[in-house]
Design a protein around this ligand. Sequence first.
Ligand code: BGC
Length: 392
Amino acid sequence: MKSKILSLSALLLFASIALFNTCKHLTNQTTANTTMKESIIYGKLPPDSAFEKTINGKQVHLFTLKNKNGAILTITNFGGRVVNLLVPESSGKMIDVSVGLGSLNDYIKSTERYYGATIGRYGNRIAKGHFTLEGKEYTLATNNGPNTLHGGKIGYQDVVWDAKKLNDQSIELTYLSKDMEEGFPGNLHIKVIYTLTDDNAMKVDYEATTDKTTVVNLTNHAYFNLNGEGSGSILDHLVQLNASNYTPVDSTLIPTGKIEPVKGTPFDFTTPTTIGARINEQNEQLKNGKGYDHNFVLDKHDLDTPIAIVKGDKTGIVMEIYTDEPGLQFYSGNFMQSRNVMKYSEFDVYRNAFAMETQHFPDSPNQPQFPSTVLKPGETYKTTSIYKFKTK
Ligand code: BGC
């Protein structure tokens, strides 16, 4: 009898240890993992609570979108930004290909302001923070040497957007950028819709209207590493761009105004080439950009043909980008300086991430030969960009 009681209590003890361990294991997992039985997630999703805060009277949250394959896109309305983007590699393992930070406080403190963010009112640079429109001169806030970068001192990456989840796979963000905010004319009503589609694509739809003639150039500044955030250098990623021309820049990264062929230069990505293959060549343009930080003039931009195809060398994950925008700013992470602690505790090490910003050309308000970025009252600014992930 005594031995029976003893073995029963041993069994109970064993069962409770097992239960404890299972619970501990489960709480260490992401919420996503519980719905994806077979897959393993590389890294952890931040808890929603890491993004709960009121800023200037507006509530910030982290929103989670999921598709039928278990892919996950998390978005915070602070800066309308992508936080996590988990897509499957061929083994079914989920890889977080979005490079960024792990909490709202980290995003607020970060020395790099643009991780994953919606960029505006004007993506990339406007020379000397100055342009003339309909005969009127406008002076903008400058924040990048003599120039205005990504909309000025407080761009859209630093404001709280209004958010409305449309369904499990889409979220709508809206923001009113007031007349003369950072020096830009016109009240600009902006709507950005992020959708995680069932073919593992992040689709971003932008819309804007104004009450005064203005200039607009919206983009997204997701930083990618297709081997997974925290996995090291992007220099062995293969890149192919549907661009026979690019816009060379001066030493402050303002386009010289010329459109030049990429043929015979380190900017020729018309066939798949690694980012690192020519990045350190002696070349004046690479010197000005400190690597790749240039606008590529897209041969086709019809949403049917990929304008960029990038492949992670370790995971084999392929990202295809589609856009109706005429340009692509390819930035190879040259200003990353290990100053910020990232989601998976890695620093933002030099060239451990790249950005592919679909947009109009930099400095178009001062370069009449470039496609126009002018938006007038009564018109609707409407563009779409798609980042589609495949395993081969
Ligand atoms: C710019 C880079 C800049 C980066 C900001 C890119 O669009 O062209 O020069 O450093 O954004 O993080």
